[in-house]
Design a protein around this ligand. Sequence first.
Ligand code: C5P
Length: 225
Amino acid sequence: MKVQTVIPAAGMGERLGMSRPKALVEINGTTLIRHTLQGLSSFFTELPAIVVFPETFYEEFNRACRDMNVLLVAGGAERQESVRNALTSLEADAEIVILHDAARPFVSPDTVRAGIEACREWGASTLAVPVSDTILMVNEDGFLTDTPDRRQLWACQTPQIFLKELLLSAHVRALSEGKQFTDDASLIRYYGGKVKIVPGHGDNFKITTPEDLNYAAYKMQKECP
Ligand code: C5P
């Protein structure tokens, strides 16, 4: 089955405190989007990876993705809209879609392969890791309201991998019903799809804060000095 990779990278990274898109931030001299594409490069040799960029930054993204098999598509205000824009540009013969956030540069090809296998079997899969902290539910006044059983809690990661037709039809329904989700596995589950959890790795963390960025630079320097 032919696989096509989609990388939503149209977020502005407010929590990083930057005035530029997060995916353009440089880590040890290379943009975040390029690091992430390099980690996934074996999955877009056949069909181009679709990178979703914030509309006014075409030149910068074009430079960051130079010499790579990449198609640039303008994103939207919310992640879901950015993904939807990418879905309209999928190749006709793509059968499986790998969705991976630009903000996770440490993705391992082995876990992506495990995700593809689970998608072939179940129709949808997401990487996730069991939480190690106890998670608290807190109300608006700052008081503890519940402590969910930790054994059932996993932190969501990407890649999330889907049969193309399943993902397309769920997005069409979400748009027509005005429903918003922060990830696509939750969207698929909401409309009745089965999503297989594939154990990921803590290394595949999402760069969100300046501390994450410092740690990513340290880790890359240590791994590829
Ligand atoms: O905001 P968050 O960290 O959850 O974003 C996850 C991914 O979705 C990031 O790679 C970001 O660039 C992307 N995104 C997007 N379009 C938006 C918002 C976020 O492509 N409007």
